[in-house]
Design a protein around this ligand. Structure first.
Ligand code: SF4
Length: 194
C-alpha cells in the first residue's frame, strides 16, 4: 500500500463510520474465505473501514443483529445452513451471494442427481447403524442442495470458484461509504496527502 492510500485509510477511519461486515460459511469448501484472506495487505486497509462482527475467522458464536453487509459462502445443504441463512437475512441490511456454491449450488449441488439415501450410504457406509442425518448431532441434509437466492432474497452476486481477491476487493469497495473529499494544501487542511 502506498503512502497516499495509507493516509486515505487513516482519514476514512476518523471521518467515516465503520460498516459492520460479516462473512458466513454454509455448504462450501472455505475456498472463498481463503480468497478473502488473499486480500493480504488490503486487509489492513479494510480494517480501517469495517468492523468484522461475525466470520469463520473470528470467534463469534451467534450471528449478531444490525449487520450492514454479509458475504455468504456456500450453498444451502442442510437444516443448519437453512437456519443460519434465514438469520443472516433477518439481521443484515445487504446480503451478498459469495462464490459459485452460493450463486448456483456448484460443487455441493452435484449430489442433487442422487437420492439422498445413496449419498449417505456413500459417505457413511451401510452398517448396522443409521447414517447420522438429523440425529441431533449432525444437521439433517435437505432433499436438494439450493443456491442461496432460492432460500432467501439476496442483494448481489459475487461469482467465481473462488472469486479472486481483486474481485472481492472491488465488490467490497463499492459497498463502503465514500472517503470524504480532501481539502487542498492551500486551505491549510492537515488532511492533505503531501
Ligand atoms: Fe469452494 Fe468454489 Fe464453492 Fe467457493 S465457490 S466454496 S472455492 S467450491
Amino acid at each position: 500500500m502506498n503512502t497516499e492510500r495509507v493516509r486515505l485509510a487513516e482519514i476514512a477511519a476518523v471521518s467515516t463510520p465503520k460498516i459492520r461486515l460479516a462473512t458466513v460459511w454454509l455448504g462450501g469448501c472455505s475456498g472463498c474465505h481463503m480468497s478473502f484472506l488473499d486480500l493480504d495487505e488490503k486487509l489492513l486497509e479494510l480494517a480501517e473501514r469495517v468492523t468484522l462482527v461475525y466470520s469463520p475467522i473470528a470467534d463469534v458464536k451467534e450471528f449478531p443483529e444490525g449487520v450492514d453487509v454479509t458475504l455468504v459462502e456456500g450453498a444451502v445443504a442442510n437444516t443448519e445452513n437453512l437456519h443460519l441463512a434465514q438469520q443472516v437475512r433477518s439481521r443484515s441490511h445487504l446480503v451478498i451471494s459469495f462464490g459459485d456454491c452460493a450463486v448456483t449450488g456448484n460443487v455441493p449441488g452435484m449430489r442433487n442427481r442422487l437420492a439422498m439415501e445413496k449419498v449417505l450410504d456413500a459417505a457413511y457406509g451401510t452398517g448396522p447403524q443409521r447414517p447420522p442425518n438429523g440425529d441431533g448431532v449432525l444437521p439433517a441434509l435437505l432433499p436438494k442442495v439450493l443456491p442461496l437466492h432460492q432460500v432467501i432474497p439476496v442483494d448481489g452476486f459475487l461469482p467465481g470458484c473462488p472469486p479472486s481477491a481483486q474481485r472481492i476487493w472491488d465488490a467490497i469497495c463499492t459497498l463502503l461509504p465514500p472517503v470524504p473529499p480532501l481539502a487542498g494544501p492551500e486551505a491549510g487542511d492537515e488532511r492533505s496527502l503531501s
